[in-house]
Design a protein around this ligand. Structure first.
Ligand SMILES: Cc1cc2nc3c(=O)[nH]c(=O)nc-3n(C[C@H](O)[C@H](O)[C@H](O)COP(=O)(O)O)c2cc1C
Length: 360
């Protein structure tokens, strides 16, 4: 697909409300209307994390492919891995529409979807119809009306044990009331104990990652890090969307309720990432998410401590050619900085970001 067609398609999509545009982009990807790109393999971008070999460190974040329909077409766009979900055991509609809002002058989005998805069984069926393409993350959550929330996460592990490359336990969506309380030490301890016991029981060595919010205090980070280390968790994803509305100027959508993503969340999520790298040590796999929109922002996440990065909002604004552009840019960074492996960038600026306060 040429840059011209890419821009044309994106401008057309932006004429629709964001959720309709999202649905259209899913249809286009599913139908093959967006042609896959040739995979330019640059071995310097490959990285081994949690026992998996990633062809490159750029992943699609959870929330774009809620029902696991697009793992194959997304990996054809260049992504080194695709995380689908968040999936809950039973289908649920989520919050009333409208519930996604663009903030174009900030290259940002606010969403309050509330885990709309068609449930485990439908996702399993969707996945069974796809040729397995690359590394597949299954992001699991709890139904809004679950009687045993932790039981819903446990059910996610058993449902996808035969197909997941890794699991993400999402306790950081701001749009399911009370969900973020699972990040407190006592609740997290019970959650991880039960989830990891189920993983050991039925899913062998499949890595389990925890996805956290960027709206945490230093003592919260201490608690989460201590629990992750105590339970020998396989990795952490930092971060989900923020409830903060700092520095948005007078963008019309900024007063909508929900989680903010995109450019304004870059600094906050990168600071929290670096603080967690310092607390968790060099060996814990970390995935940096929040405001990645270019090769330079992806590389900066790695300099702050990330082994891998993910994007979502950057893809909405950047379009289907963005993953390829980012990968080409990462190769150029390897040339410029004479790196044998891109991963050698990791931690160069961890101390800097970790020294900054988490913004209000
Ligand atoms: C519309 C929308 C829906 C999302 N849904 C989910 C979700 O279901 N589960 C999840 O873990 N994160 C979800 N996220 C959060 C993203 O995965 C990501 O953590 C966050 O948006 C920050 O990255 P970004 O700035 O690249 O978008 C969603 C984000 C957006 C914009």
């Amino acid at each position: 697909m040429s840059e011209f067609l890419d821009t044309l398609a994106r401008n057309a999509l932006f004429k629709f409300d964001p959720e309709t545009a999202h649905g259209l982009s899913i249809k286009a990807l599913k139908s093959g209307l967006v042609p896959g790109c040739r995979r330019d393999l640059d071995n310097r971008l490959a990285v081994e994390v949690a026992g998996m070999t990633f062809p490159n460190p750029l992943g699609m974040a959870a929330g774009y492919d809620k029902n696991a329909e697009l793992a194959t077409p997304l990996s054809k766009l260049g992504f080194g891995f695709v995380e689908v979900g968040t999936l809950t055991p039973r289908a649920q509609d989520g919050n009333p529409k409208p519930r996604i809002f663009r903030l174009p002058s900030n290259r940002a989005v606010i969403n309050r979807l509330g885990f709309n998805n068609r449930g485990h069984a439908a996702a399993l069926e969707n996945l069974s119809g796809q040729k397995r393409a690359g590394i597949l993350g299954i992001n699991i959550g709890a139904n809004k009306d679950a009687e045993d929330r932790i039981g819903d996460y446990v059910a996610g592990i058993s449902a996808f044990a035969d197909i997941a490359s890794y699991f993400t336990v999402n306790v950081s969506s701001p749009n399911t009331p009370g969900l973020r309380n699972l990040q407190t030490r006592e609740a997290l301890s019970e959650l991880l104990t039960r989830v990891l016991a189920e993983r050991d029981r039925c899913a062998g060595k499949i890595p389990v990652f925890l996805k956290i919010a960027p709206d945490l205090t230093e003592p919260d980070l201490n608690d989460i890090a201590a629990e992750c280390l105590a339970q020998k968790l396989d990795g952490l994803i930092v971060s989900n969307t923020t409830l903060s509305r700092e520095g948005l100027g007078d963008d019309a959508g900024k007063n909508e309720a929900g989680g903010l993503s995109g450019r304004p969340v870059f600094e906050r999520s990168t600071i929290v990432l670096a603080k967690m790298r310092q607390r968790l040590g060099a060996d814990m796999p970390l995935i940096g998410v929040g405001g990645v929109e270019s090769a330079e922002t992806a590389a900066e996440k790695m300099r702050a401590g990330a082994d891998l990065v993910q994007i979502y909002t950057g893809f909405i604004y950047g379009g289907p050619l963005l993953p390829r552009r980012i990968l080409r840019g990462l190769s150029k960074i390897c040339d410029r900085e004479k790196l044998k492996r891109l991963h050698d960038l990791r931690d160069i600026r961890t101390a800097h970001y970790a020294s900054l306060p988490i913004p209000a």
